[in-house]
Structure formats: C-alpha cells, structure tokens
Design a protein around this ligand. Structure first.
Ligand code: BGC
Length: 725
C-alpha cells in the first residue's frame, strides 16, 4: 500500500471530507461568502486546503497547525488566483495573448509561479481557457479570445510555465513531472467548459449551445491542458442546456476523466456546489453534494456542501464511501506530487534576491509593450520625435492602480508604473503637460476646460481613455461597450480643439475588451489598444510610443463596430445567402456593415510588411502527411518590425459546412528595415479533420484552401489550394 492509501485507511469520515473541503481566508476576497474559524477547522482536520492566504509567514503559521496540531498531520495546500502575476503583474491575459508570443506566455507563467511559490502558494487557479466571442462578457479579459487554436496553444504554454521545473522552459513532454520542485505550482484549467457563451454576455447566465460547438470550440483548450499534464480542473459556474457543470457527470466523468484521461483533481468554483440549489437541480445541500461528487468534483471550494451535506448523503444512500475515498486519494496524490508530505514548507522560502525582481520587471515591461495593438495610424504621428511636447490627457493617464488589471493577487496598489510617470521619464518632466479632464466614470465635466488649455502648447496630444480595471473580469459584464462616464465628451472636445490647432491626437484605450468607439477611430490620428498592461504598463507604453520598440500586438478577438454585431468572430459559418451589396435578400444588417471594426489578427506596426509567393508542398496529400507552407515576407520600410503570420484554412465543400476561416497556427518573425525572409509553417493534414454528422473526427477527400496573412481580413490573405486524397 502506498503512503496515501495507508493514510486513507486511518481517516475518519469527517477527516476524509475535510480533505475535500477548501476554505477561504480573507487576504483576497473572490467570492460572496467567507470562512469563519479557519484555524480551528485546520486543527480538527475539517479543512484540507485553503484559498486566498499567501505570504510565507502566514502560510507557515497555518501549515504548522495542520502538520503539528491536526490528528493525522496532513499538510494543507494553498491556492490563489495568480492569473497574470503575483506581485509583479504582467498584462491581463487577453492582452498578453495579443502578443502571440508563445515563449512569452510560458515565461510569464514561470516567473509568476516562481514569485508566488516563494510565498507559500502551491496552486494557481489558472489558466483560464474559456473561448469568448462576446466581449460584453467581462471574463473575456481573462482568456484566450475567440479562437480555440489560440486557446490550445495558450493552455500548453501556461501549464508548462506554471508547473515546469526551473530550467525546463520549452521542454517537450508533460509539464509538472517535477511539481514537487519548490518553484513549481499546480495549474488549474478553468472553467470547464463553455462558460464564454453565457446568454447575451451576462455573467453567470445560462448557456445553451450545440454539442458540436462545445466539442469544436470549447473543449479543445481543455484537452490541450490535460494533454500537457495540468494538475487540476475547475468546472464552470454555468449550466449547459440545463445541467450545471458542477453536476455534469457526462462532461466531468465522461469527457474529462474517461475520454481525455484526466487523473488529477477537480476543484469546484467558489460556492458552486451550493449554487446547485439555486440552479434548481438540488433540493438541499446533501443532494447538491451528492450530485457534485458523483459528477467527479473532488474539492468543494467554499460551499461547505461536502462538510454538511456528504454525511447526510451517505445516510440517505445517495453516495457511497468508496466514492468519497476515491476523491480523497486524488487530493492526497496531488499533495504528494506537490512534495508537501516531504516538506510542507517548501514553498515558503520568503523574499527572493533582488536580481529576480529586476529580471521579472524587465519581462513585465517587454510583455506590456508586446501586448499593445496599434489599431489605427495615420500621418506618421508615431513614434514620437525626440524633444516633442505632449499634452497627456484623460482619466487613465495617471492611474497606476488601474494599470494592474482584474486579478491583482499580491500586487500592491502603488507598484505599477502609470503613463504619466513613464512618459515624463522618457521625454523629460517638462515635456509632458498633464490634465485628466474627467474621471473614468461619473458626470463631472468641469476638468475638460483645463484639458483643452493643456493642448495649446503641445506638439501631440496623448489621450488616455477607457474602462476602470474592475469593469472587466468576473461579475463585470457590460451591455454597452462605450466609454464610461463622460469620456466621450472629453475626447470629442479635445479632438475638435486639436483639429483647430492642427495638433495630432494619439488615443490609448485601456480596457479588458474591445470598446465600441467608431467615432474615435475615425477622428484620432492613432489609436492603440493598451488593455491593462500590468506593473510596467507605463514603461512598456512609453517604449512603443517613443519607438524604442515597434508595436507588434495583434487582436485575439474581432473588434465590433457596433454592439449589435456581437457575437462576431472570424470562424463564422457560411450563409446560404451570403452578403451581396446589390441583393437585398442576403445576410446583412440594414444599418451596420457585417464587417468588424478590426478583424481577428489586426495590428499595425511602424513598418508595413509585404507578403508574397505563398506555396505549399505537397499539393496532394493523405491523412498522415504534413504540409510545408512557405511565404516570402519583406520589410520595405526603415524600421524593424515583428510580424505575425496566421495560417487559416477554408474547406469549401464538406459533409458538414465548415467555417469561412479556420485558424491552424501562426509564426512570428523579426525583420529589420529593408530585410526579407522566408517564413515556414507546418500543418499536419490530421489538423484538417473535422467532426462529421456523428460528431466523430473525419478526414474527407477534396480541395482545401490554405490562406496566409497578417489578419483574418480575407481580402489581404494569400491563398493556395491543396488536394486531400
Ligand atoms: C472565480 C474563479 C476563481 C475563484 C477563486 C471564482 O469566483 O470564478 O475563477 O478562481 O473564484 O477565487
């Protein structure tokens, strides 16, 4: 018998249920209820893991209670939402995804893990892998954007980053082989699954989509996470066609455990087991507990449904003790993998050497710069010339706390660099005249006059507009994706004054999602999506504005021109009546174009690269083949640029209608001014399979179009055909 089996044999029922109970401390508040009497529960073995407690000293104190004062001395594990950093914050996930730099995705997770692990964190509730095609949904900011292939690549990179042993960066194979390493933490792939398509983008609302969409769009990132060795999975709060994920036996047991072969721990979302009653599928806590356990949920986060409900469920014959035992063994196995039985304080090493912090801040600065997306640019206003005088306006110009984004973990409120501070540093303190003009929200317009005055002596106006960080993330859906408060009024007044003065305007849009501001795109000389760039926000932005680095971010989500277009995404299926300008009875709006404001993949740089000569070998291929795709890229400008080339396919004739574009992968390349290069992408023909009418993968003979280019704007993609045999 293994060590954990022996331990299981010695446990009382309440100690077993304790291992399945996760309680929250109050260092971070991430849900509606808080635990009382945590220390007493740890001593009595009524709690097996803790969330929202961090800091090596605090964790040590709590861990000591478990290993010295509880009867069986079983260590706790400590979980926290280390989503885009711990103390050092990297850009919010959607922003970092915009870098399309897979090595960066992995590196930031690794650095976040190293930083958090020193302070007692064993598990992060990340990566968030929910594909979102509806930016009204606030949690769009936490995930991969609209495309499942991006979700898959992100899943692998993040799991490797969080769970990989130091020095294992980029290593092939399953991550977390050495999860016991003091610098590794357990990743939790969440929220399984199909949380993104909540009805009308409203948080926690019901989900009712086809099984095909679940399998084609929402499951693949989780399959990739499982394949990468993710330690844990968290079911979504939401239901799928009436069955809440927390009680969804078919999805958790059927898909996750049986089909994907997941052997790790399933941790419920915050209070989600209790919420099965509000969903209307459980009469009381014992029914809720039984439903969740039988579905495969091992750990009850903050509902206390297992603690109070499972003993009753056992008495009523709703569950068997062997089912509880199986869950306990999975939890103990995770504690063993994390090395906690050998050294329960292994992740409490305390402060790191300052060199680690410097390295991390530099990475955060690069990540911030790489996540910016230059949406529009006219008249060469950027990069800013040396000696330029700037009027820095808008409520987000000097808002370092907002720069942190939606999940701030242990980052302190004053630890982020805002735009004002960074631009003053880069251009000189006297070169920047600052006036906020308005608040982020609210109706006070009294500061607009001062903002207009600040424009008088400026060579360029930089307008920092957008949402507060808390306007996206959990419980932050918005029906209208406009600028909040009276920022539009400020912006229009500034744009009008700038037009009179002949002064160019650069707008920085801070947000966790695309904002619907077509008027701004028309009138400003340049607009950058800045998202929430993290601890080094201002520095990364200044690097790009001054041309120290070229903008290279690309949109991981289509940017709507009207809220009424949502959901809008590149992988739409064809219509039987595709839009035709001269035909009324075609798929269209009467009042708005079908096209997004900016397509998936859009993003400009300071050079405009040219692509040519797309070719593929072989042009006739079977299921086992791999296609080599090559394209020439030239930088005709003088400035260096980082280019992202996306590879899409279009299967025009198949037994099931295929999307108008399907992303298959991408490659990035750095090109100096005047340089040219051949970019190579590979595509396994197996990736061209799709789910047939029976929802089983199939390879169908016929022609498939391959398309390569800088975005999903079809008119600018190069294309060639291959024949599948
Ligand atoms: C969120 C999760 C998070 C958990 C713990 C929940 O409300 O949905 O994403 O990991 O809280 O903080």
């Amino acid at each position: 018998m293994s060590r954990i089996e022996v331990l299981l044999g010695r446990m009382t029922l309440s100690e077993k249920i304790g291992q399945l109970t996760m309680s929250a401390a109050d260092q971070a508040v991430t849900g509606p209820v808080l635990a009382q009497g945590l220390a007493a529960d740890v001593r009595s073995g009524a709690v097996g893991s803790v969330l929202n407690l961090y800091g090596s000293d605090r964790v040590r104190v709590m861990q000591r209670l478990a290993v010295e004062e509880s009867r069986l001395h079983i260590p706790l594990f400590f979980g926290l939402d280390v989503i885009h950093g711990y103390r050092t914050l990297f850009p919010v996930p959607l922003a970092e995804v915009a870098s399309f730099d897979v090595a960066l995705w992995e590196q930031t997770a690794r650095e976040a893990a190293l930083e958090a692990a020193r302070e007692g964190v064993d598990m992060t509730f990340a990566p968030m892998l929910d594909v979102s095609r509806d930016p009204r949904w606030g949690r769009t900011v936490e995930g991969p954007g609209e495309d499942p292939v991006v979700g898959c690549v992100l899943a692998r990179a993040k799991v490797r980053g969080f769970q990989g042993a130091p020095g294992a960066l980029g290593a092939a194979g399953r991550a977390g082989a050495d999860l016991a390493s003091p610098g590794a933490i357990a990743a939790v792939a969440k929220h399984f699954c199909a949380y993104g398509p909540v009805q009308a983008g409203r948080e926690y609302a019901s989900v009712d989509i086809s099984e095909r969409t679940v399998r084609e769009v929402h499951l693949p990132p989780f399959a990739a996470a499982v394949d990468s060795g993710v330690a844990a999975v968290m079911p979504a709060f939401t239901d799928l066609a009436g069955l809440p994920m927390t009680a969804n036996r078919e999805m958790l047991q059927g898909w996750l455990r049986e089909r994907l072969g997941f052997t790790g721990v399933i941790v419920s979302d915050y209070n989600a087991i209790g919420e099965l009653m509000a969903h209307g599928v459980a009469r009381d806590r014992s029914e809720a507990a039984a439903l969740a356990l039988l579905a495969g949920v091992d750990v009850d986060m903050m509902a206390d449904a297992y603690r109070h409900g499972l003993p009753v469920a056992l008495d009523r014959g709703l569950v068997r003790e062997t089912q509880i035992d199986a869950a306990v063994l999975r939890v103990l196995a995770l504690k063993e993998r994390l090395g906690l039985f050998d050294d329960p304080y292994r992740r409490c090493q305390g402060p790191e050497p300052s060199t680690a912090l410097t390295r991390r801040r530099l990475l955060a600065r690069r990540a911030a710069a790489q996540s910016l997306v230059l949406l529009t640019h006219r008249g060469e206003v950027l990069p800013l010339r040396a000696g330029v005088r700037v009027a820095l306006l808008g409520p987000l110009a000097d808002a370092s706390a907002e720069m942190r984004g939606c999940w701030t973990a242990a980052a302190d409120e004053h630890g982020s660099v805002g735009v004002l501070e960074a631009l003053q540093g880069a251009l000189g303190p006297d070169a920047v005249a600052h006036a906020p003009g308005t608040g982020i929200s609210g109706a006070d317009t009294s500061g607009i006059a001062a903002a207009l005055r600040a424009c008088e002596d400026a060579d360029v106006i930089v307008l920092c507009l957008g949402e507060a960080a808390a306007m996206s993330g959990e419980a932050a859906s918005r029906a209208e994706l406009q600028l909040p408060g009276c920022q539009r009024e400020l912006a229009l007044a500034v744009l009008a004054r700038a037009a009179e003065l002949g002064t160019p305007v650069v707008a920085l849009l801070f947000s966790g999602r695309p904002l619907v501001v077509p008027w701004l795109f028309e009138q400003a000389d340049a607009v950058l999506a800045a998202w929430f760039p993290g601890s080094e926000a201002g520095a990364g932005i200044a690097d790009v504005l001054t041309g120290r680095l070229a903008p290279s971010g690309r949109l991981p989500i289509s940017w709507p021109r009207s809220g009424g277009q949502i959901p809008i995404f590149h992988a739409e299926r064809p219509s039987g009546r595709p839009f035709a300008a001269n035909n009324h009875y075609t798929s269209r709006y009467l009042d708005v174009s079908n096209e997004p404001q900016f397509p998936f993949g859009h993003g400009l740089s300071y050079a405009c690269l040219e692509h040519s000569n797309l070719r593929v070998t072989p042009t006739q291929c079977g299921e086992g083949d791999t296609l080599q795709v090559r394209v020439e890229v030239r930088n005709p400008g003088v400035r260096a640029a980082r280019e992202t080339l996306f590879l899409f396919t279009r299967d025009r004739l198949a037994s099931i209608a295929r999307p108008l574009l399907e992303l298959k992968g991408w490659r990035q390349i750095e090109l100096a001014g005047g340089a040219q290069a051949t970019v190579e992408l590979q595509l396994a023909v197996r990736e061209l399979r799709f789910l047939g009418a029976d929802l089983q993968p199939r390879h169908e003979a016929g022609e498939v179009e391959l398309l390569v280019g800088a975005s999903a704007d079809r008119s600018r993609l190069l294309s060639t055909m291959v024949r599948l045999i």
